[in-house]
Design a protein. Structure first.
Length: 212
């Protein structure tokens, strides 16, 4: 996962963008945050130690690291499927709204279809938005969501998935995560960067929004 981190030399506390810390560096950053009182419950659950272990670093641990670096984030829990087939249209709707800011007249239905895809000006081509990627987690795995794709078959999430390699045929398919694919997990968590609420102090302890 790409994130911001502190300068290593001189301990200036300045943030460096576009740095990709190693797993070991993330473990060090997490233990440092714990030592300063961040996510006390999580620290206790993991025995206050992850450095040099194979313990999972997930949504709450990434929140802890970001909060310690002064980056405000939020977590949304999708704790159960919201369609009869075991998929998660509520998750897709939330992500759809996040990337579009409500600027389209479409909505994700239980079968993944989004209705009319154009925005209010009738445009249906590629659009770039000033949005941070999302950290999408389910049990045992995480992906980075960088956008959405709206096509005849419905909405797909555009993801970077460390478990997927290019295969024969349509190479773009490795970047698509469909609503059908969400049937493989009962629960999802999304971590987002909260760039709109810089006035409040960043909480050291973790809370989340629960949907539905």
């Amino acid at each position: 996962m790409s994130c911001k981190r502190k300068e290593l030399d001189g301990d200036t506390g300045h943030l460096v963008a576009d740095a990709v810390p190693s797993v070991r560096r993330l473990q060090e950053m997490l233990e440092t945050a714990w030592s300063e009182g961040y996510d006390e419950d999580g620290a206790q659950q993991l025995g206050h130690r992850v450095l040099g272990t194979r313990k999972w670093i997930g949504t709450t641990e990434i929140y802890c690291i970001l909060a310690h670096l002064g980056v405000r984030a939020g977590i949304v829990d999708f704790h159960c499927p919201t369609a009869a087939d075991g998929s998660h249209p509520a998750l897709f709707s939330w992500i759809f709204e996040y990337f579009t800011d409500g600027q389209t007249n479409a909505a994700v239905s239980d079968d993944g279809l989004a209705g009319q895809a154009e925005d209010g000006n009738g445009n249906d081509d590629v659009r770039f938005v000033a949005k941070h990627p999302l950290y999408l987690q389910h049990q045992g795995h995480s992906r980075t969501v960088v956008g959405i794709e709206m096509g005849e078959s419905g909405v797909c999430l555009l993801v970077f998935d460390p478990d997927v390699s290019p295969g024969p045929g349509d190479r773009l398919s490795m970047f698509r995560y469909t609503l059908f694919a969400t049937r493989g997990a009962d629960q999802y968590q999304v971590l987002y960067i909260d760039a709109d609420d810089g006035a409040r102090d960043i909480p050291k302890q973790i809370s989340s929004q629960r949907i539905p």
